[in-house]
Design a protein around this ligand. Structure first.
Ligand SMILES: O=C(O)C(=O)C[C@H](O)[C@H](O)COP(=O)(O)O
Length: 212
């Protein structure tokens, strides 16, 4: 059984999804899986997130489905009960992080400063999210922070797409990149799941060509 971290490294790209309607969860899971990325971070920005995680996890048990934009402990509990295999937060909330660590729930909090990375390192964490990646200084900032914190691997998210994926994935301390470019809201809303599958496949091929 592979760890979540091993799966993230293998996928290299984690689709970050905002689902407005849980009816879109299954066609989306199908498109992602067929496109070669059986993985999704479903953000708790919508009412549909919890139910979407539930149906995706039930119908696609082999898929790595987690919850993003988790801002409260109550959301952690709801996400995990629905089947989420990991928790992602935009920032470093010690309460959420400690709760997840205590319950052995894989958690990836967002860190963009050495002080935040220090909080994660102090807790023995080895992987953190880096959000908002492009706006916070991109790969140059990650490299600067990775130098003192040699144990840490990063999951950058925010402003990443086909044009800059290589900047990130070429650095060996990048576990994987999160991004929404293959699952944009309009594509989901308009039922363009063939397009999502195609963009996913392109992302997989691009990542493989960078990491070969
Ligand atoms: O809130 C969270 O927990 C998040 O995960 C934030 C998302 O990762 C980014 O909003 C995705 O950024 P884009 O790829 O630029 O759309």
């Amino acid at each position: 059984m592979k760890t979540i971290e091993e799966q993230f490294r293998e996928y290299a790209v984690v689709p970050v999804v905002v689902l407005e309607d849980a009816k879109d969860a299954l066609p989306l899971a199908e498109a992602l899986t067929e496109g070669g990325l059986p993985c999704a971070e479903v953000t708790f920005r919508t009412e549909a997130a919890e139910e979407s995680i539930r149906v995706m996890s039930e119908k696609y048990p082999e898929m790595l489905v987690g919850a993003g934009t988790v801002l409260t402990i109550e959301q952690v509990d709801r996400a995990v009960a629905a089947g989420a295999k990991f928790i992602v937060s935009p920032g470093f909330d010690p309460e959420i992080v400690d709760y997840c660590l205590e319950k052995k729930i894989p958690v990836f909090p967002g860190c963009v400063t050495p002080s935040e990375v220090a909080q994660a390192a102090k807790r023995g964490m080895k992987v953190i999210k880096f959000f908002p990646a492009e706006q916070a200084g991109g790969i140059a900032r990650i490299k600067a922070m990775a130098a003192p914190y040699t144990m840490m691997e990063f999951m950058p998210t925010g402003g990443i797409g086909v044009n800059n994926l290589k900047d990130y994935l070429s650095f060996d301390k990048i576990l994987c990149c999160g991004g929404s470019w293959m699952v944009k809201g309009d594509l989901i809303k308009n039922g363009e799941f063939d397009k999502i599958r195609e963009l996913t496949r392109e992302a997989v091929e691009l990542a493989a060509s960078i990491r070969k």
